[in-house]
Ligand binder design. Structure first.
Ligand code: PLP
Length: 438
């Protein structure tokens, strides 16, 4: 678990994620060791590198010698290209017809997952003069994207006449890789192998051929083929068990701050709907983090956070921007104290997998759910190297000149005196719906 603490980044609300890039690098090295000589590692940096910050992570992986990266959308690929990432990028998800040319010009390899795309790729390649490179995705058992076995023959026939689109890999995705004993894993491998043979017979080179995600790499050595696409394990979380396992360590710590401390009598309610009442005289700490920031609403009343080096239960419903924990047994805690949602404090550790389990979800969703208003502080060699934020820091801002307030004018009919008069009951607007929580 990352231990670096620098306090919150200046100019931001005191809720932030620390991402230890050295951990990303050591996890990547462990992945390469696991994959061995035969399979190359294409780390998955989609969804903002699972909430860790796509560009800083991709830059570090490039420095560490990564030979390719996977994203989910052309936009994610372009973000990396604009950030100067030079290595191959494979887009695993869908591409819109209007995106094909720009993606190809940006050297983003696309996925062909449906026969109708052959014509679109070929036309885009011919019109732009830039060949559209793609990996062919085979349906082997997920029934999401992917070319069905019966579609493959006609598709390969159609590709025979194509000069402006280039098949440069074949792949599929494991459905149950985290269940090592599950027979469907080997069956998916066999279906992909069969499809790759057909591709080869049609005169294409189906390499690299790839199937395994993190769990595939860990639990199914026979399915590593030419390349593996680990995501979760790159970020230091082992699928299935949730702990890191040898060689891997979580790279992200999610921290926030105690805003208020209150002593309340037994029976005092907390939060929306008064979902929790103090069973005894209690001390409560209000934290500067809510479900928009990545602590799931479902964690209320179930998960714990770390305050003063101890576990403090989350009480009441988590709100959009705030939540409350019970610090009665946490010793002296004052406003401004650091609270850890994911990570370590003192001897205690709460991993993304634990938070996920308490909230009834999976660690992937916890990491991807860390909101846009949480700045990511990237740390390497024990020092902050960058701060990535979708929102601006609120500091050193030039004064905004005061403007004369605009003269009151009637901009619409509703502002006329007639419109302001009470309306008959059947013209009244709908009553406001139930108030929503925030
Ligand atoms: C097609 C594909 N490959 C690989 C991965 C990486 O999976 P994991 O994070 O389990 O390693 C994903 C993640 O969703 C994916 O969609």
């Amino acid at each position: 678990m990352s231990t670096h603490t620098n306090g919150s980044p200046p100019g931001f609300r005191a809720t932030w994620a620390e991402v230890d890039l050295d951990r990303i690098a050591s996890n990547f090295a462990a992945l390469r060791a696991l994959a061995g000589r035969e399979a190359v590692v294409f780390p998955v940096v989609k969804a903002n590198a699972y909430g860790h910050g796509a560009l800083p992570v991709a830059r570090r992986l490039t420095t560490e010698g990564a030979v390719g990266l996977c994203v989910a959308t052309p936009e994610e690929g372009l973000e990396l290209r604009r950030g100067g990432i030079p290595i191959p990028i494979l887009c695993l998800g869908a591409v819109e017809p209007l995106q094909i040319t720009a993606a190809a010009r940006s050297q983003i390899t696309l996925t062909l997952y449906s026969p109708h795309q052959v014509r679109l790729f070929e036309e885009a390649g011919r019109a732009s003069g830039v060949p559209v490179r793609f990996h062919l995705k085979i349906e082997t058992g997920m029934n999401r994207l992917g070319v069905l076995p019966e579609e493959l023959g006609p598709l390969l026939d159609e590709l025979r006449g194509c000069r402006s689109s280039l098949l440069s890999g074949v792949y599929s995705n494991l459905a149950s890789a985290d269940r090592p004993g599950e027979a469907s894993n080997a069956e998916q491998g066999a279906r992909l192998t069969e499809a790759a043979a057909a591709v080869r017979a049609a005169g294409h080179d189906p390499r690299p051929m790839h199937l395994a995600n993190s769990a595939g790499l860990l639990y199914h050595p026979a399915l590593r083929f030419d390349a593996v696409r680990p995501g979760l394990l790159l970020y230091g979380i082992r699928p299935g068990s949730g702990d890191s396992g040898p060689g891997f360590a979580p790279a992200l710590t999610l921290k926030t701050t105690v805003l208020r401390v209150k002593s309340v009598p037994a029976g005092a309610p907390v939060g929306y709907s008064a979902a929790w009442r103090a069973p005894r005289e209690s001390r409560l700490a209000t934290l500067a983090i809510g479900y928009d920031d990545g602590i799931p609403r479902a964690a209320g009343g179930k998960a714990e956070v770390l305050v003063g080096g101890r576990r403090a239960p989350l009480v009441g419903n988590v709100s959009m921007d705030l939540c409350v924990c019970d610090i009665t047994d946490c010793g002296d805690v004052a406003p401004g104290a650091e609270a850890v949602i994911i990570g370590s404090q003192g001897q205690e550790t709460i991993g993304a997998a634990e938070l996920a389990e308490r909230a009834g979800t999976i660690p992937w969703e916890i990491l991807c759910g860390i909101g846009r208003r949480v700045p990511r502080v990237h740390v390497a060699g024990g020092a902050t190297v960058s701060i990535a934020s979708a929102l601006p820091a609120v500091k050193d801002v030039a004064p905004v000149p005061e403007k004369e307030p605009p003269k009151r004018r009637n901009y619409n009919h509703d502002a006329t005196p007639e419109a302001a008069a009470p309306k008959p009951a059947d013209e009244q607007p709908e009553p406001h719906p139930e108030p929503r929580e925030a």
